[in-house]
Design a protein around this ligand. Structure first.
Ligand SMILES: C[S@@+](CC[C@H](N)C(=O)[O-])C[C@H]1O[C@@H](n2cnc3c(N)ncnc32)[C@H](O)[C@@H]1O
Length: 441
């Protein structure tokens, strides 16, 4: 655990905001919130036109349009993260989060045999804060990585966020290369000299030995919603309210719809959300890891196939009705980790999901906090560190709601049980950092 002392030991990062900002894992049931903003947005006009032309749309289509429509999508042209945005995420709360993830990747790289090169691939990197913290750890532990050829690959659909990521990571010391027509739409070099490339789709990232990271990425992928009825499963659709012409409402499809195929035959809940796109991404990650090696670390809020209605919106650090003023608020649904594990089966081994508080504790967050506190007498910095720790670890805050899942090649576990679920039983010793108790040598 010398890593913990070395990781960024010379650097306490600038203040990061903590209170009173809202984290998206906060759960609530959609549909009952007062409308906060009734304006007819360009996205609402677009959706009304679409529904008038082709009929009610699925919640998945609604979510995809609202979030990532190239012209008007919520994620495409704004910075929604942090104080002036709509919500806050763990890397924006505390530098310790990214530092411990940086250590996880180095630890996996060492355990898997110190490959001569690796790609670090992040899905949905937000402002690039998490990668920035990880790279600082890579620099601090440069003696370990000095003979390793590292490159960064960012999968990001948002033009605006990719510009912010570029600024965070490269400070544009070397001019960026841009080509909107190409699958690699931007290229640059980080402050520490690591090449970085941007893609809109994971499929376009070179299939080389890689470590993959997805933090609060899967929860923005579109979900289909289904309600059990006396006539069987019926999909929830979005339609125009017949009473108010510029208002949307939920309706049930009159007959079966294709996405019903994603519901398990033995499903006992009466309302389910299914996310086929998450399955596609997990299958792609699993195939890549089984072919070329490496690992994936997925962190998000979610459940193990038990929750029902989790679709919700956030705007200006407040919960927001999902059908009101579309395009101005974030939309999200809890990640079904049991589905992610099912989709990875056969190709790779999965570890977790394990709660964030357990994962970070196993990674040594308590030691890291002490090291950082010992380095400063500045009261505001000390308070920020303690508040950040509390937000990440407190079971009433992000500690229990957020989970970590890892995908590793089967060989990595050497004949041990390939699937462990920390919720089911006392965790057995794990060869993968973070998924078993921290061992002091
Ligand atoms: C909730 S933010 C999380 C940001 C960051 N990982 C963090 O934790 O601070 C979701 C990120 O995923 C990106 N995103 C959303 N849909 C995407 C998609 N279909 N493909 C790639 N990136 C996407 C967003 O632009 C944003 O960067």
């Amino acid at each position: 655990m010398n890593f913990l002392a070395a990781a960024g030991s010379r650097r306490l990062c600038a203040m990061r905001a903590v209170f009173p900002y809202l984290w998206r894992g906060k759960y609530f049931s959609s549909g009952n919130e007062p409308a906060e903003n009734n304006s007819v947005t360009p996205m609402l006009r677009h959706l009304i036109y679409k529904i008038k032309s082709t009929g009610p749309i699925t919640v998945a289509e609604y979510m995809k349009e609202v979030l990532t429509n190239p012209a008007k999508g919520y994620y495409m042209n704004r910075d929604m993260l942090g104080e002036d945005g709509d919500f806050i995420t763990s890397p924006e709360i505390s530098q310790m989060f990214g530092e411990l993830l940086g250590i996880w990747f180095i630890s996996e790289w060492i355990a898997a045999g110190k490959n001569a090169a690796f790609q670090l691939v992040e899905l949905g990197p937000g402002k690039g804060t998490l990668l920035g913290d990880i790279l600082r750890v890579f620099s601090q532990l440069g003696s370990l990585l000095k003979n390793c050829d590292i490159s960064l690959h960012l999968v990001e659909v948002s033009q605006k966020l990719s510009e912010i990521q570029a600024l965070t990571l490269t400070e544009e010391k070397v001019p960026l290369e841009r080509n909107v027509e190409s699958p690699v739409y931007m290229k640059g070099v980080t402050k520490s000299g690591i090449p970085v490339s941007w893609y809109r789709d994971l499929q376009d990232v070179p299939k080389e030995y890689s470590f993959y990271l997805a933090h609060e990425f899967f929860d923005v992928l579109p979900v289909h919603k289904f309600q059990k009825t006396p006539h069987g499963w019926r999909e929830v659709l979005v339609d125009i309210d017949p009473q108010v012409s510029d208002k949307l409402r939920f309706v049930l499809a009159p007959c079966a719809t294709p996405a019903e195929a994603f519901i398990q035959n033995d499903e006992t809940r009466d309302h389910v959300e299914v996310c086929p796109e998450a399955g596609i991404v997990i299958q792609e990650l699993s195939e890549r890891i089984s072919l070329t090696g490496g690992a994936a670390l997925i962190a998000d809020y979610g459940h193990d196939g038990t929750k029902t209605d989790t679709f919700r919106g956030f705007c200006g650090h407040r919960l927001h009705d999902v059908l009101t003023a579309p395009g101005t608020a974030d939309l999200t649904a809890d990640v079904d980790f049991s589905y992610l594990r099912r989709m990875s089966q056969g190709k790779v081994a999965s570890l977790g999901p394990i709660e964030q508080q357990a994962f970070l504790r196993n990674m040594g967050i308590d030691v890291r906090l002490k090291i950082l506190l010992d380095k400063t007498d500045e009261p505001s910095l000390r308070q920020q560190l303690l508040q950040g720790y509390n937000m990440l670890m407190n079971p009433m805050k992000m500690g229990e709601r957020f989970n970590f899942l890892a995908l590793v090649p089967h060989q990595r576990l050497h004949g041990r049980t390939h699937q462990t679920n920390a919720r089911q039983s006392k965790p057995s010793p794990s060869p993968v950092a973070g998924f078993g108790e921290l061992a002091w040598r």
